[in-house]
Design a protein around this ligand. Structure first.
Ligand SMILES: Nc1ncnc2c1ncn2[C@@H]1O[C@H](COP(=O)(O)OP(=O)(O)OP(=O)(O)O)[C@@H](O)[C@H]1O
Length: 260
């Protein structure tokens, strides 16, 4: 469903990610791993047309179900975001306005996507929180982001991202701000999304443990290029790549257990 072909991404004409290739099927979970600065975030921002100022895809192709995303204008991108593709961040709470309650953030989000009444938008927010198995959805809607735990905020972020059942969910370090027990819950919840909705998920993480636990396929990046890649089993057991082995040695535990 998503193809990146020989993509180069540059900041101010300096190539940062080069010769990036990826082919993703519906319902697949792919992780991009690698140390800080290796270009992981740059890749998923390019997919969503959200590169910061000075950033540009300077070569290659990005297609979603055959549609050339690089030919999109800002209006088409705006429509795509939140509907066909959603993104969740390291700390969804930090992205929310701290002076606004969750319910107001969530309804505003819904109202930018559909012309329905505030009341209907509110109810839709409640329904999504409940679908994501968040208890006491009414209470959550009436809370400020700081009144929720990091794990709860992240689950609210996932609920918002899933409102329009996107085909593709992009998750940038979705568990990095959480303690290990909560990390495990969020990882399992994302895997459940794939099972329930057949959502394809790209996870950016520096934690190869998280990648190994949840992904079908792992792409290891180093200094803007793909250093190693393969199925989960290949990366964990067979790859002789020195950099991959080094990342594996550094894997912290997830939920009190080591998965690799
Ligand atoms: N807005 C920007 N302007 C110029 N260069 C940038 C910008 N954003 C990122 N870069 C450069 O692109 C490179 C890759 O950054 P990127 O954030 O994609 O890496 P990453 O692997 O996601 O790292 P991290 O885990 O720290 O987020 C970095 O070397 C950085 O210097």
């Amino acid at each position: 469903m998503l193809e990146l072909k020989d993509v180069t991404i540059s900041y101010k004409n300096v190539p940062t990610v080069q010769h990036f290739n990826m082919s993703m099927k519906q319902g697949q979970i792919i992780s991009l791993v690698g140390e800080s600065g290796s270009g992981k975030t740059t890749v998923i921002r390019a997919i969503l047309g959200l590169l910061p100022g000075g950033g540009k895809v300077t070569a290659g192709q990005i297609t979603l179900e055959g549609e050339d995303l690089l030919a999109y204008n800002s209006e088409k991108w705006r429509k795509l975001r939140g509907t066909d593709i959603s993104m969740i961040f390291q700390d969804s709470g930090a992205m929310m306005n701290p002076t606004k309650k969750i319910g107001s953030v969530f309804t505003e989000y819904i109202l930018t996507h559909e012309k329905i009444s505030k009341k209907e938008a509110w109810n839709k927010g409640i329904m999504m929180l409940e679908r994501m198995r968040l208890p006491a959805a009414d209470n959550i809607m009436n809370s400020y982001p700081f009144q929720l735990s990091g794990g709860m905020r992240q689950r609210v972020g996932i609920a918002m991202g899933m409102t329009y059942q996107p085909k593709l969910l992009l998750a940038d370090e979705p568990t990095s701000a959480l303690d290990v027990t909560t990390q495990a819950q969020i990882v399992r919840q994302m895997m459940q999304l794939r099972d329930d909705y057949n959502t394809s998920i790209i996870v950016v993480t520096h934690n190869l443990g998280v990648a190994a636990y949840m992904s079908d396929y792992i792409i290891v990046m180093k200094k803007g290029i793909i250093e190693d890649q393969g199925t989960r089993a290949y990366i964990l057991k067979e790859s002789q790549n020195e950099y991959t082995r080094k990342l594996l040695d550094a894997v912290p535990s997830l939920g009190g257990e080591r998965y690799v």
